[in-house]
Write a protein that binds this ligand. Sequence first.
Ligand code: PLP
Length: 354
Amino acid sequence: MKKHNFSAGPCILPPEVLLKASQAVVDLDNSGLSLIEISHRSKAFVDIMEKARALALELLGLEGKGYKALFLQGGASTQFLMVALNLLEKRAGYLNSGTWAAKSIKEAKIYDDIYEVASSKDANYNYIPKGYDIPSDYDYFHCTSNNTIFGTQMKAFPKCDIPLICDMSSDIFSRTLDFSQFDLIYAGAQKNMGPAGTTLVVIKEDVLGKVSRKIPSMMDYKVHLSKGSMFNTPPVFAVYTSMLTLEWLKNLGGIAAIEKENEKKARLMYSEIDLNPLFKGFATKEDRSEMNATFTLENENLKETFETMLKEAGINGLNGHRSVGGYRASMYNALPLDSVKVLVEVMSELESKA
Ligand SMILES: *Cc1c(COP(=O)(O)O)cnc(C)c1O
């Protein structure tokens, strides 16, 4: 029986995507060849790559606006480094809103001075810092739209005159935003788009070419752009499966349609967390994430009972990250509302037992 998969990442994908992807591993579109045994330079695969790149821009509403999409390797963690290598000349501003943000700062510091415009580390990152200034002479400002581990999400982004860079690994394609306010967006596929192994990078081309350092080819966005995201062998399976998910999303009605579903799931989840006296939300209410709901059980004595009930209900992946403890319900695009209903039922059943 299929489990209710609340895993934070790698995460749930739509069943039809899993089916199509697994079929393509055996035989890609009745070609008599497997997706993973054909040349990445074949027409079949070049078409897949181009479709994936085009769908990403189309869904984000960035077609014809000077943006290009790349599917790179090395995870979002490599983007921490690539952003700095390609864009940091003198100084950049970073918002420290969580563990991933802190890691991006650490990597950028290898190259130059970094100014932390604000941080919520003092409160174990349970809120999004606000009301900070971004110096207008910096090279760029970097933020994290959704803090996967702590369950906080930026609801608004600062207006700034310098390039705005955003790590959207865990909430890309989940909500409508004016994506053209960003100059560079990156997202590891395995949170809301596909299997691990590829990272989507969406770049406004005119931000590139402004640093004086030499950039190694594999780290250079311009090199990847000039080669159509095929400078070296791309992760074909991860790109194909991401393409299928993007196609699935487009057929559903795009981001605006999935956003409505995501809102329903989050509303149901948070109303249970707020109303059930056994549980306590971790993130500050105004900043809580629609993707990752973090909460704790007030009475540790109920832990075993709760976890047995979760198991019996077929709920997977609810354990919180070690730096927060408790539980984290990740409600990415492919998670059905029904799975949230099952979880909420278990939570309220625990209340009636306690
Ligand atoms: C998971 C995650 C990362 C790291 O992604 P990798 O692909 O494992 O390197 C970075 N940022 C955020 C917001 C994440 O959720």
